[in-house]
Ligand binder design. Structure first.
Ligand code: BGC
Length: 414
């Protein structure tokens, strides 16, 4: 039987430290919530220096897989100039994981870009496809023979919405047509990278990590229900359908009407499911802002409603598309370990039941291995199984929830 992937995930920028990219640029301009209150990005969680220590913790967690990303700004800090030193370090990391019997799962794009890429209209301009594919090709040539699982893009829709929908990520614009254009270009890049990877190593398994949210009407009203349908089809379904129909399409009366043909031809081996929470939606008669979205259930430090049943719903939804599924992210930001333990246990119960029923479910990766830099929020939101003491040399300590996860895996894999 194929082994189930039990693991944890990270992304390069959030943990490595000492990176200069579009996000550090954005932070230096005071654009994040953490602008005054939180330590700045600087050394991140200092993983670039402490990666060997962090990998030791993987053993203690009993995981058999580890998802991480490769930082484009490190590899290609100047256009067409590659850092062999950085490439070598990633080789060392990958070799170490393989030696430890841990399956590396690589993400090629996890939100960040080199600064120079940002001056070129990131992803709204068609040239982005060539530029990113070139970087991806370099990585594939280096690592394809060592890596089975690849994630081309992490949450393309989340990135596009934050960058071009509500102006929270760089370049901070508000234009839904640009959001759709970005998705279109990202999917074109995905197709090219998919083909390159298969050519380099036919045994690879290639996916996209897609964010899913459960939407629920705030009131038992026709317009709230209609709104929920629209949000669900835009946020959860649109991209899944595009792989089936070769059409990226969305219509929200008065707000957005978009159709584009893309020859995706079902080129995806697994869907990565990033699942965190449920949102309630209220329709408002306001052309500029027709909805209110909010958390009704007990919330995490991110203000996200905890709704474990949603994970089962998403697994059932994605299973209909007939591809393998890996839960590539699921976790909680909290300082309350009893809440984290409860969160993990409830979600793992669902995973356990679903993996027995749905053979397509092939992995679960808790987000995140260690406390890290949480984008807009900075370092105050702690998702990690390992506590990072930012005030004392980035000292690491396993949190109680880590032992719960490790024990669960051990029991199940016996
Ligand atoms: C992202 C992670 C992030 C997590 C928690 C996901 O949207 O892929 O990078 O840390 O959610 O916000």
């Amino acid at each position: 039987m194929k082994k189930f992937l039990w693991g944890v995930g990270t992304s390069a920028f959030q943990i490595e430290g000492n990176i200069e990219n579009d996000f550090t640029d954005w932070e230096s301009k005071g654009n994040f919530k953490n602008a005054n209150s939180d330590p700045r990005y600087e050394n991140g969680s200092n993983h670039w220096k402490l990666w060997e220590t962090d990998f030791e913790y993987l053993k203690e967690l009993n995981v058999n897989s580890y998802r991480f990303s490769i930082e484009w700004a490190r590899i290609e800090p100047e256009r067409n100039k590659y850092s062999e030193k950085a490439i070598l370090k990633y080789h060392k990391m990958i070799d170490k994981l393989i030696e430890m019997g841990i399956e590396p799962i690589i993400t090629l794009h996890h939100f960040t870009h080199p600064k120079w890429f940002h001056t070129l209209s990131p992803w709204t301009d068609e040239s982005s496809v060539d530029i990113f594919t070139k970087f991806a090709n370099k990585i594939i040539k280096e690592f394809a023979h060592k890596i089975k699982y690849w994630i081309t893009f992490n949450e393309p829709l989340v990135w596009a919405l934050a960058a071009y929908g509500d102006a929270k990520f760089p370049p901070g614009q508000k234009d839904l047509y640009k959001v759709m254009n970005v998705i279109n270009h990202i999917l074109y890049a995905h197709i090219r990278i998919y083909d390159m990877l298969k050519e380099a190593n036919p045994n690879t398994s290639i996916g996209i990590a897609k964010h899913f949210i459960i939407f629920k009407e705030a009131r038992n009203l026709f317009f709230d229900k209609k709104l929920v349908n629209k949000l669900h089809s835009f946020f959860n379904i649109m991209m899944l359908e595009a792989f089936k129909t070769n059409t990226l399409e969305f219509n929200f009366p008065l707000i957005l009407k978009y159709t584009s043909f893309i020859p995706l031809d079902n080129k995806i081996d697994f869907w990565g499911i990033n699942y965190y929470y449920r949102l309630h939606a209220k329709f408002k008669i306001n052309y500029k802002n027709p909805m209110e979205l909010f958390a009704k259930e007990p919330a995490t430090d991110m203000g996200w409603a905890i709704y474990p049943k949603g994970l089962r719903k998403i697994i059932k939804l994605v299973a209909k598309y007939g591809k393998e599924m890996i839960i590539t992210e699921n976790g909680i930001a909290t300082e309350d370990e009893s809440l984290r333990i409860k969160f993990i246990k409830k979600h793992l119960k669902i995973v356990k039941a679903q993996m027995q029923k749905k053979k397509l479910l092939v992995g679960y990766l808790y987000w995140s291995l260690l406390d890290n830099y949480e984008w807009l929020e900075g370092k105050s939101k702690r998702f990690g199984l390992i506590h990072v003491n930012y005030k004392n040399n980035f000292e690491r300590t396993l949190k109680p929830a880590a032992f719960v996860y490790a024990k669960f895996i051990k029991k199940l894999c016996k």
